[in-house]
Design a protein. Structure first.
Length: 278
């Protein structure tokens, strides 16, 4: 934890007046309480807390609204620019705001929460959201070593490689890379790839729903090609899932990865605690 500031920091490069005090709406700075200099909580965390309160109270209504500028926050709260930037970074990591070059800082749409025990597309349809797919590539390739291991194949054995974009309400949302054993791929048509979510697709191809999935979730920088597809700068850290689906027999039937816009998405897992674990 950064050291506690013993007193308010001198504000630098501040305007003569404080526009935030006169700004209407939820982010009028005069509506926010001052920082507590006697608190053990660092100033940047206090500032993030002050700014997040109105967002959390009325998130949906405030999407797209601008937050006070760095200079306004510096002047009103009497803190330095690094403190303001730390606070804004905290809000970004919480998924509450987004920062655009030349556009300032705005309230971001609420993150989509996905229960990994359910099909993503089913959750979105229940929420009256529209999901569609665009097939980018479908071709037979030698299985890379890691893919062959997950699918129980020999390295270099033929598999089908599929790439798709996933759209949510007509906005590109995820980049899918999938590898199918040929006995599964032969049952999958182009029409299925254009229209079906992966669980529905596997169910149609296998004649039964997949019985199990292993899913590893991490946040890592993406390669330039995928970044371009998702309209983000190269090497942007994105939410990345790596997964393998299994049939009821235990045979692996698909291995793949999906890249998501991490600031728009989060996972929930509700799982019983194993007995004997302390």
């Amino acid at each position: 934890m950064p050291p506690v500031h013993p007193r308010a920091e001198p504000a630098r490069d501040v305007p003569d007046r404080i526009p935030g005090r006169d700004a209407p709406g939820a982010f009028a700075l005069e509506s926010l309480p001052p920082l507590d200099l006697s608190s053990a909580m660092p100033l940047y965390m206090q500032l993030a807390e002050r700014l997040s309160a109105p967002i959390q109270a009325r998130h949906a209504a405030l999407v797209g609204h601008a937050l006070p500028t760095e200079l306004e926050c510096m002047a009103y709260f009497g803190v330095s620019r690094p403190t303001v930037r730390q606070a804004m970074a905290q809000l970004v990591s919480m998924g509450l705001v987004a920062r655009g070059r030349g556009r300032g800082t705005f309230v971001a749409p609420e993150r989509l929460n996905h229960d990994v025990s359910l099909a993503f597309e089913d959750e979105m349809r229940a929420a009256r959201r529209t999901v569609r797919f665009r097939l980018l590539e479908r071709r037979e390739v030698p299985a890379p070593a890691a893919v062959a291991q997950r699918l129980g194949l020999k390295t270099g054995e033929a598999v089908e490689h599929i790439e798709r974009l996933r759209f949510l309400d007509e906005e590109v949302f995820a980049f899918e890379q999938r590898y199918l054993p040929l006995f599964v791929a032969r049952q999958v048509t182009e029409e299925m790839l254009q229209e079906m979510a992966i669980i529905s697709l596997l169910t149609a191809a296998l004649g039964a729903s997949p019985a199990r999935i292993t899913n590893t979730v991490r946040c890592i920088p993406t390669e330039a090609r995928i970044a371009r597809s998702l309209d983000v700068p190269g090497r942007t850290p994105l939410l990345h899932t790596e997964h393998t689906y299994f049939a009821a027999s235990g045979a692996p039937v698909l291995h793949g990865t999906v890249w998501f816009h991490g600031e728009r998405f989060q996972f929930t897992l509700d799982s019983p605690i194993q007995s004997g674990v302390r």
